[in-house]
Design a binder for this molecule. Structure first.
Ligand code: GLV
Length: 333
């Protein structure tokens, strides 16, 4: 009798250290190649792994464009540890029958927390105040030191009424803020806000927070013209993607005193260059793209990312698929 053909164990490249439990789960079904370094795999290393693997568990720092995917003959699934998938050429993946999984939902509240933290930090100059104390400048209580802006009672403009935008709006309601928002479609219900056009939002808001995905339509959505429309002294928060804002125009709007402050979790180029003019402006708070970075949320994201890979290996779609139109290749590994 012919011996049964032994099924090949699928290979998966995991491009950074993620929760150990998720890796262990993946390793039960696949051969895992884990990139253990602190920094992302360089492009040539990524290309080398893509040449052989069946799946990749990728990060926002991994560029998976059409050229990279053209040299990934066995690749069946990309599973991005993020809600955003702008690092992946979705059309190229779909054309090649590669399913793209991502991790929406679990990171909504955590990311909204960070957006609100940046809003509070810039409004009340928390980071500047901390530097003031550490710099030995706190000599006495003063009636005019470090005056900021009230959050309560102010108007918040939310650009993008997706899950994260709405989660920020709920927080704003708790602070007694008036909420305006932009949305491509009329929302089913908007108990905590009022839908307006972008220009009106920019003209009316004391704080503007960005919550749209990066696409060809949203690249530099906020440029010189839009910044000029904002109220004098207004504060801009961006926890979405850096290239949505024209960063040079932003630095100019701050340097001229037109904007009162900026809170960014994302920058046009990441990491931001140490000589970038934004870094020398006092009321600019920049965090290193940590919107979803809580222990609990990152662990949940890792589990979903692993589930996406295993689903595709079993011939199913990922639980959250960014290219649902993809026709999965019939081959099961
Ligand atoms: C992070 O930036 C994400 O898209 O989840």
């Amino acid at each position: 009798m012919e011996p049964m053909a032994k099924q090949r164990r699928p290979e998966v490249f995991v491009t950074r250290q993620i929760a150990d439990t998720a890796i262990a789960h993946l390793a039960m079904r696949a051969s895992v190649e884990l990139w253990e370094a602190e920094l992302p795999p360089p492009e040539d290393e990524l290309a080398k792994r893509l040449a052989t693997v069946d799946g990749i568990l990728s990060m926002v720092t991994d560029r998976l464009d059409a050229a990279a995917l053209a040299n990934a003959p066995n690749l069946r699934v990309i599973s991005n540890l993020a809600v955003g998938v702008d690092n992946i050429d979705l059309a190229a993946a779909t054309k090649r029958g590669i399913a793209v999984g991502h991790t929406p939902g679990v990171l909504t509240e955590t990311t909204a927390d960070l957006a609100f933290a940046l809003l509070m930090a810039t409004a009340r100059r928390v980071v500047e105040a901390d530097r003031y104390v550490r710099g030995g400048r706190w000599q006495a209580w003063g009636p005019r030191i470090l005056l900021g802006r009230d959050v309560w009672g102010a108007t918040l403009g939310i650009i993008g009424w997706g899950a994260i935008g709405q989660a920020v709006a709920r927080r704003a309601a708790g602070f007694g803020m008036r909420v305006l928002f932009t949305s491509r479609r009329p929302p089913a219900s908007a108990v905590v806000g009022m839908r307006v056009e972008l220009d009106e939002l920019l003209r009316s808001a004391d704080f503007v927070s960005i919550h749209v995905a990066l696409t060809d339509q949203t690249r530099h959505l906020i440029g010189e013209r839009e910044l000029a429309l904002m109220k004098r002294g207004a504060i801009l928060i961006n926890t979405a993607r850096g290239p949505i804002v024209d960063q040079r125009a932003l630095a100019d709007a701050l340097a001229s005193g037109h904007l009162g402050g900026v809170g960014l979790d994302v920058t046009e180029v990441e990491p931001i260059d140490a000589s970038d003019p934004l870094l020398s402006i006092p009321n600019v708070v920049i965090t290193p793209h940590i919107g979803s970075a809580s222990h609990a949320t990152r662990a949940k994201m890792a589990e979903i990312a692993v589930d996406s890979i295993l689903a595709v290996f079993e011939g199913r779609m990922p639980p959250f698929c960014a290219n649902p139109e993809v026709k999965l290749a019939a081959r099961r590994v």
